[in-house]
Design a protein around this ligand. Structure first.
Ligand code: SF4
Length: 390
């Protein structure tokens, strides 16, 4: 008998960008989708996607990030987090076309890790990431100048979250740092503190703070936040010299929405619930939760959970909905009362996927994501360092 009482959260007016045509000038890559996009109401979309995929056969490999819509995940050859997907693509050198259903920085990483003969396609170029947008190459170069002026740059090791642009990964590689994911952030920080006495963690302040404080025992007072919109990051030379963790002032707009109130409210609404959140959530939310872990950790925790157990999950809504569906013997609720989709992830919908696949069938290769060789070389060094983490 099903015990699921999953309730769809209420929509918020700004939760979704308008899909299809149109542009978002504030987005990292805010551009239109060129060409004729099929109408979302076209009843043949599923059949068209199937036919195009069948016509392309092994020449195409479709990757679906965990936060993608169901209608897109249905056509994914593999699903996973961004790093797993990039590696999956690299393991399929026979696939000429990698259609990445995710966001821009993920497609860049796939381009860096795949062979020169493979082309990575992002079905909607406007699918950027607001967190990745929060750290540009110019801003990070200015930050490094501030660290140099404070006389501490020699002791700082940069650690960049996977959710960053190729430019930021390249900066990290060329300054002796490493990339990390939400699964290996602890190991990455331990390694970094063996190389130097300070870490510049970017772009997600929450993952950096949560990992440093909760897993490495670093004090909150040893963490400072560098604000790229203020001269010198808004920090004094003394603060930079005293800090162990220099956290970039960036965050995920999806995970950043969860609050202490959401945790209190769900505990009242669902007695006996276990609150499980992603480490991109704010520190106070992570502290108030029962468990914290990456997307893969969340998926595995639900798989291992006892039938009848109750879970409130603090991560992207498409994934939580799928988890609720996949575990009808458990009660899985969303941590917030309102919709919390990633609006840029949601830009990839079935019309964009059909458009990309049909373009390939017709011999046009749309929306190719390429990283220039110099940037790719340094970014690859940082990614390789992550792979070499003990
Ligand atoms: S969920 Fe957050 S980090 Fe992930 S793509 Fe969306 S905005 Fe970026």
């Amino acid at each position: 008998m099903s015990t699921t009482t999953y309730e769809e959260p209420a929509p918020t007016p700004l939760a979704l960008l308008l899909l299809g045509r149109g542009s978002d000038p504030a987005s990292e890559r805010g551009v239109d989708c060129p060409g004729d996009l099929p109408a979302a109401s076209d009843p043949d979309l599923v059949a068209r996607a199937r036919a195009a995929k069948a016509a392309l056969g092994d020449r195409v490999f479709v990757l679906g990030h965990h936060y993608q819509r169901d209608e897109v995940i249905e056509f994914a050859d593999v699903t996973g987090d961004s790093f797993k997907l990039a590696r999956d693509a690299a393991d399929r050198p026979e696939a000429e076309f990698i259609v990445f259903c995710g966001v821009h920085f993920m497609a860049e990483s796939a381009d860096i890790l795949t062979t020169p003969g493979q082309q990575v396609i992002l079905p909607d170029l406007a699918a950027g990431c607001s967190m990745a947008d929060m750290a540009t190459a110019e801003q990070v170069a200015e930050c490094w100048d501030a660290l140099t002026d404070a006389g501490v740059a020699d002791t700082v090791v940069p650690v960049a979250y996977m959710n960053s642009s190729a430019d930021i990964k390249a900066f990290t590689g060329s300054h002796g740092g490493t990339i990390c994911t939400s699964s290996n952030a602890k190991r990455a920080l331990e390694w970094a503190f063996e190389q130097g006495s300070k870490v510049l963690f970017l772009p997600d302040q929450h993952l950096g703070r949560n990992t440093a404080v909760r897993e490495l025992g670093i004090g909150l007072d040893e963490c400072v936040v560098y604000n790229p919109h203020k001269p010198g990051g808004g920090l004094t030379v003394e603060q930079l010299r005293a800090a162990k963790m220099i956290l970039w002032r960036g965050h995920c707009s999806v995970h950043g929405r969860f609050s202490l109130d959401s945790v209190d409210e769900v505990r009242e609404r669902v007695p006996g619930v276990t609150v499980l959140v992603h480490p991109e959530c704010k520190h106070e939310v992570v502290e108030a939760a029962d468990m914290v872990g990456s997307t893969e950790y969340i998926i595995k925790a639900l798989e291992a959970a006892e039938p009848g157990s109750k879970w409130a999950i603090g991560t992207e809504l498409n994934l939580v909905r799928r988890l609720a569906k996949a575990h009808p013997d458990k009660e899985v609720v969303f941590l917030d009362r309102t919709v919390c989709f990633c609006s840029t992830m949601n830009r990839i919908d079935l019309p964009h996927l059909v458009w990309a696949l049909e373009s390939l069938v017709e011999g046009r290769v749309p929306n190719v994501i390429t990283v220039d060789p110099q940037t790719a070389k340094h970014a690859r060094a940082a990614l390789d360092q992550m792979l070499a983490l003990p």
